[in-house]
Design a protein around this ligand. Structure first.
Ligand code: ADP
Length: 352
């Protein structure tokens, strides 16, 4: 008895003293614990939230379609490093980073759910400022880079006189690098325009299963070069989806390209198409190098590359930013679940 009381005291001390916000729900998603940091962050006193449903109190942007606890219940894993917007008691939207874990009985039924979260306002503000600066810079760089490229082209065509072999080779290197710079700038500007809603999607009725089949066929050669097997797993016939086939192709292409790029020789990359409520969900699962939990929050930002990967300079850091912008423009969501050394699953969902 004494031992149980001591354990309870320790448990209370850990929960109340935690420097991050935490709440616990029961099997009906009703709040049974709400620590001090959660009170401070949300403005809700514990006694006002106990017994109420978490979605009613926090009104999280994920409650309706992407409840992380339900997801953790389904996958049996903790949902780590996710982002959401919640509503404080003073009716202010607050960006948070959070992790959710479901505790289940032997039959997999929810006993309790634990959610740990912290304020993400500072990161979000910084991210917006970073985007603004990059956007201004890229916009101003576009014209001079195009002009420089044009003059290099004229020099190469001999319009300023004959070139030595060395001059020709140096200029070809400059042309290649200017071309790369130009494509970074154009990609970034396009992502910014999609995010700002300035690019209208060409919506049509499309069959996602057919589209996935076509894209995977196009990737077979690239995958075979690394001895990687591509598997497509489709459900029974699904209804058509309202989407922009060119942009959705870009999303899947970027994800498949990464899955192959970040896998070792001889691994398998699986593509699954499933449904979840009123969404069609594509999962691209690889068994590659994986991504550390602390990096998972940032990989969808423009120009972000996991530090070790950046040293290898295998990409641009724009692929996932484009994925997120396009999926969100369709009203869908993106998320990643990954374990270093074991592999990654990227999920994109589109409303049906
Ligand atoms: P990049 O052009 O560098 O691949 P992305 O925006 O596509 O840019 O990806 C951002 C970063 O996320 C990559 O630099 C890489 O570190 C990480 N990443 C993306 N996809 C995967 C994956 N399937 N496996 C492991 N790491 C990945």
């Amino acid at each position: 008895m004494q031992q149980i009381t001591a354990r309870k005291q320790l448990y209370d001390l850990i929960i109340s003293g935690l420097p991050v916000a935490l709440f616990v729900v029961n099997s009906s998603y009703r709040i049974v614990e709400f620590n001090q940091a959660a009170e401070e962050l949300t403005g809700w006193p514990k006694e006002d939230v106990l017994g109420r449903s978490c979605s009613e109190v926090l009104e999280s942007s994920l409650c309706e379609d992407n409840c992380p606890l339900r997801e953790s219940l389904k996958s049996g894993k903790t949902c780590m490093g996710r982002e959401a917007l919640i509503m404080t008691r003073g009716r202010k939207q607050l960006p948070i980073f959070f992790s959710s874990a479901a505790l289940t009985d032997d039959e997999g039924n929810l006993l309790n759910g634990v959610e740990v979260f912290r304020d993400a306002s500072a990161e979000k503000k910084l991210e917006a400022q970073k985007k603004n600066i990059i956007s201004l810079l890229t916009h101003d760089l576009k014209a001079p880079v195009a002009i420089a490229g044009g003059f290099v082209e004229r020099l190469l065509k001999g319009k300023a006189g004959p070139l030595t072999e060395k001059q020709q080779s140096y200029l070809e290197t400059i042309r290649r690098e200017v071309g790369r710079l130009e494509s970074y700038i154009l990609s970034f500007l396009e992502i910014s325009r999609i995010e700002a809603g300035q690019i209208k999607l060409q919506l049509e009725s499309l069959d996602l299963a057919d589209l996935l089949g076509d894209i995977i066929e196009g990737f077979r050669l690239q995958a075979a070069k690394k001895n990687i097997l591509l598997e497509l797993n489709l459900p029974e016939k699904l209804p058509p989806l309202h989407g922009d086939s060119l942009q959705i192709t870009r999303v899947i292409t970027n994800l498949l390209d990464n899955a192959i790029k970040y896998s070792e020789q001889g691994k398998t990359v699986d593509v699954f198409l499933t449904t979840d409520d009123d969404h069609q969900v594509v999962e691209i699962r690889d068994h590659g190098i994986g991504i550390a939990p602390e990096q998972q929050t940032y990989i969808f930002d423009s120009f972000y590359q996991v530090p070790i990967e950046a040293q290898k300079a295998r990409g641009t850091g724009l692929g996932l930013a484009a994925v997120k912008a396009i999926v969100e423009a369709h009203g869908g969501t993106t998320r990643v679940s990954s374990e270093p050394g074991k592999g990654s699953s990227f999920f994109v969902s589109f409303p049906q």
